[in-house]
Design a protein around this ligand. Structure first.
Ligand SMILES: C[S@@+](CC[C@H](N)C(=O)[O-])C[C@H]1O[C@@H](n2cnc3c(N)ncnc32)[C@H](O)[C@@H]1O
Length: 346
């Protein structure tokens, strides 16, 4: 094999060799004539110029040039073999684009100018955007069909919440008090790095375990405990306190709601939030029998007062629109959420 000596190369070629040390068939010095041969077809100039504009699939190139796919493939083959074009396979489709570091080669640059000129004259360049936009046409048609009422609880919720998670400034640890079957975990587990979920009823935790396994919520720890129990407080203390303590539909079961708020507050790290979802005061006595409720909801001022007495600050209560409160036996009640924060210097 002949030894390659760079000192005999044209300066442009030498410069190129420095750009792309890997010698490509068509660009390499002593076989440079191959590059001219390779480009001696108008369709190849067009293909090269299109691939320099946008990464395009073979079918898209054929459509733009008004050529058959086999013909386009035939002409792409040497351009691909010479590594002028980079190839990316996606399933059954093949995309090509110009290998960027060849743009600097003067012959390639000239070929690109010539190809672009041909495409311009034929109005092809102006059609690229429409051909690329057409990639979305199947999805547009698919989703344009009426598909009934929206699902109440999208099965993709966890994935969507993963997109939201980076916006939550403090998400090291959440505690879900009275987790029940873990419905709230569907929302908080994808957001927080770690969750302690606690309930005093083993029967509820059993259902919750099933959910954790189904969702691969391996970072959720279940605890069988009462809100006031020392093992719960010890564990959360060990973990440095919670950034958020949730209690959804739990407070109306507490014999002393004010004391329960103090228990929730003590689980929060300094600066951490306590978030209580519960009903607004109502008169529906059936809830006592149907759901074993001890209290018929709370006035917002009552909740704020509990929070203040628990040493929390910035307490505010926000109503939750009825359309978001489910269809269970408590779906007809007015729901609200209390948000309050443990002082940062607590
Ligand atoms: C109505 S369920 C709510 C479950 C869940 N948070 C939700 O909103 O779907 C109330 C749950 O809180 C639990 N619970 C009530 N008081 C509790 C307490 N003091 N300590 C621990 N769990 C409690 C009950 O065992 C029950 O599972």
């Amino acid at each position: 094999m002949r030894r390659r000596d760079d000192s005999f190369l044209h300066p442009c070629v030498f410069a190129h060799r420095q750009l792309s040390v890997e010698a490509d068939l068509a660009i390499a010095s002593e076989r440079r004539w191959e590059l001219y041969k390779l480009l001696a077809e108008p369709i190849r100039l067009r293909l090269l110029a299109l691939a320099a504009e946008e990464e395009l699939a073979i079918g898209e190139l054929a459509e733009l040039l008004g050529e058959s796919q086999p013909n386009v493939s035939r002409h792409l083959k040497p351009l691909r073999a010479s590594k002028l074009l980079a190839v990316r396979k996606e399933g059954t489709r093949v995309f090509v684009r110009l290998q960027e570091d060849h743009r600097a080669d003067p012959v390639v640059a000239d070929a690109l100018r010539a190809g672009a000129g041909l495409l311009e004259d034929e109005g092809v360049l102006g059609r690229i955007a429409a051909v690329v936009r057409a990639r979305e046409a199947p999805a547009r048609a698919f989703f344009a069909q009426a598909a009934g009422a929206p699902s109440a609880w999208p099965s993709e919720l966890g994935a969507y919440l993963a997109a939201l998670a980076p916006l939550v400034a403090r998400r090291r640890l959440a505690v879900d008090v009275g987790t029940g079957d873990g419905a709230l975990l569907e929302v908080i587990a994808p957001v927080f790095e770690r969750v302690v979920a606690v309930d005093r009823a083993e029967a509820q935790l059993e259902r919750c375990r099933e959910r954790l396994a189904r969702r691969a919520f391996d970072h959720v720890e279940l605890l069988l405990a009462e809100l006031g129990d020392a093992p719960l407080h010890d564990r959360v203390g060990e973990l440095g306190g919670a950034d958020a303590v949730f209690a959804a539909r739990v407070l109306h079961h507490a014999s002393r709601p004010s004391e329960a708020l103090r228990g929730l507050a003590s689980l929060a790290a300094p600066g951490g939030f306590v978030l209580v979802v519960d009903y607004r005061a109502h008169q529906d006595e059936r809830l006592r029998d149907q759901q074993a409720d001890a209290w018929l909801g709370f006035e917002p001022a009552e909740l704020r007062d509990y929070a203040t007495r628990a040493g929390l600050e910035d307490a505010h209560v926000t109503p939750i629109p009825a359309a978001r409160c489910g269809e269970g036996p408590d779906g007809h009640l007015d729901w609200q959420v209390l948000a309050a924060r443990r002082p940062a210097d607590a």
